[in-house]
Write a protein that binds this ligand. Structure first.
Ligand SMILES: Nc1ncnc2c1ncn2[C@@H]1O[C@H](COP(=O)(O)OP(=O)(O)OP(=O)(O)O)[C@@H](O)[C@H]1O
Ligand SMILES: [Mg+2]
Length: 454
């Protein structure tokens, strides 16, 4: 993708090129260059007075500069002129939510999805869902609130503490079950596995055992799996806080609930406290649209710092597909001070994953190397899908013939051909952040992986 300077140069040559103007304006918005963005959107509208993208762009610019009511008026007008323009409906929904008008927000968002399912915005959905229910999904179960002695009940008052609701696991899996990922495994060993084996040595250097590691990368590449296996590897307790628990934290006494989760993990040390989709909790405090709110984030930071109790023997793992939403304060020393890019598996890692997956399955004459060569850009989850499809076919035949028919490398190759690797879309957006918003080299690993020189 071209950068702003080259777009500017291109515009000097063709100042009335609407697609170019829109691209430039969007780039300016991403860089928070609001005046330039507004100028370019206005110009696009002068060239083509009925351009919906330019109108939407102006509304976005207004909203980002604090003029939300003007943005709302313009977006409403836009949705009247172009009732089937889904992006405007999504934005209108966001504006209404920002104004505290959930019902309206839900109506517009649902309509947008109906018009164009690809206008789904998962981060935004989380937020809408937080506030009520999710369109297209069953409405949330009402909170179970037992009736108190006085016969009254109080929604939102937590009746079961976070501590009771959380589940401590003893994972059976270990690093051997996770193919590849050698660099990430080694980092985790350094943080917790070696220190637990040599505690005296470690303490002699004045180091605490544990700490925070943030794993980020495209979906399906083993972040969650490896986190669980880490606990199995050291026979430690594992406490997973998933997106839904995080959302539940928003109900009722969120700071206290978060403290209790940490306390539970501390009481069960050595333990791994795992925050899946941590961006939902740790979004930038300045990003009002996404953020969990200052007090909850500050609480999270304080817990990571071990302000109220020692975090010795506690490994805090976070996983996310959207590291760009995470508040930079989480990256300070003592918090998530190791940030690891979990890449899609390379050829050797794919072979290793395939070997692991073939265990306990009726596979004959497995040629993992050949399969690895033919599955470029496949994630671990994609490889799993490759096995699933092949097994389904083989099972259908087995039913007909009444005997087990092992799957072969050829079957797996056939099934791989029917699948599309899922990691590319993630890199499309990661690349933009890495190129245009590479906070202090945070995404250098992504650029390196893509073979882009800075
Ligand atoms: N390295 C691996 N070795 C073996 N299996 C893997 C590996 N990576 C992924 N898988 C398979 O893919 C599935 C999805 O992986 P996992 O849930 O850990 O990915 P993730 O990175 O957490 O994805 P997301 O970002 O979507 O949460 C796993 O349940 C497992 O079957
Ligand atoms: Mg995951």
């Amino acid at each position: 993708m071209a950068n702003l300077d080259s777009l500017r140069a291109a515009l000097a040559v063709s100042p009335d090129n609407v697609p170019l103007l829109l691209l430039f304006a969007q780039g300016c918005l991403d860089e928070w260059a609001f005046d330039d963005a507004r100028g370019a959107f206005d110009r696009a509208l002068r060239v083509n007075p009925n351009q919906p993208d330019a109108k939407l762009g102006i509304a976005r610019t207004l909203h980002l500069t604090g003029k939300t009511s003007e943005a709302l008026v313009r977006t409403e007008a836009l949705t009247r002129e172009h009732p089937n323009f889904a992006p405007a409906l999504v934005f209108l929904s966001q504006l209404h939510l920002a104004e505290g008008n959930r019902e309206e927000a839900l109506t517009h968002y649902t309509r947008a999805l109906k018009l164009d399912p690809s206008s789904r915005d998962e981060a935004y959905e989380t937020e809408l869902y937080l506030q009520g229910n999710r369109p297209g999904a069953a409405p949330r179960e009402p909170e179970k609130v037992p009736v108190g002695a006085d016969g009254g009940s109080y929604p939102g008052e937590d009746t079961e503490s976070a501590r009771q609701a959380a589940e401590i696991e003893r994972p059976q899996s270990s690093f051997a079950d996770v193919g590849g990922m050698e660099a990430v495994k080694e980092e985790i060993r350094m943080k917790i596995i070696y220190p637990l084996k040599n505690p005296e040595l470690f303490r002699a250097y004045g180091k605490k055992i544990g700490g925070g590691v943030l794993l980020y990368g495209p979906p399906g590449c083993g972040k969650t799996m490896l986190s669980r296996a880490t606990a199995g590897e050291i026979n430690a307790n594992f406490l997973a806080v998933g997106l839904h628990q995080i959302l539940d934290l928003y109900l009722g006494n969120s700071e206290k609930n978060l403290h209790e989760l940490f306390q539970l993990a501390r009481d069960n040390a050595p333990s791994v406290l795992f925050f899946d989709e941590v961006d939902a909790l740790a979004a930038d405090r300045n990003d009002l649209k996404r953020s969990a709110g200052r007090t909850l984030i500050n609480q999270f930071l304080a817990e990571m710092d071990g302000q109220s109790a020692s975090n010795d023997g506690l490994l805090i793992l976070g996983a996310t597909n959207a590291p760009w939403h995470i508040d930079p304060a989480f990256r300070r020393p003592g918090r998530f001070d190791r940030i690891l890019f979990v890449t899609p598996p390379d050829e050797a890692a794919r072979a290793a994953i395939i070997e692991v997956m073939a265990k306990n399955k009726p596979v004959s004459k497995l040629d993992a190397a050949a399969l690895a060569r033919k599955t470029k850009d496949f994630s671990g989850a994609d490889l799993k899908a490759m096995f699933d499809v092949a097994i389904e076919h083989s099972l259908a035949r087995a039913m007909r013939e009444g005997r087990v028919i092992p799957i072969t490398t050829a079957d797996l190759l056939e099934s791989a051909k029917s699948l599309k690797p899922s990691t590319r879309a993630w890199f499309d957006s990661a690349k933009n952040y890495a190129l245009y918003s590479n906070q202090g080299g945070f995404y250098d690993d992504v650029l390196k992986f893509l073979g882009i020189k800075k």
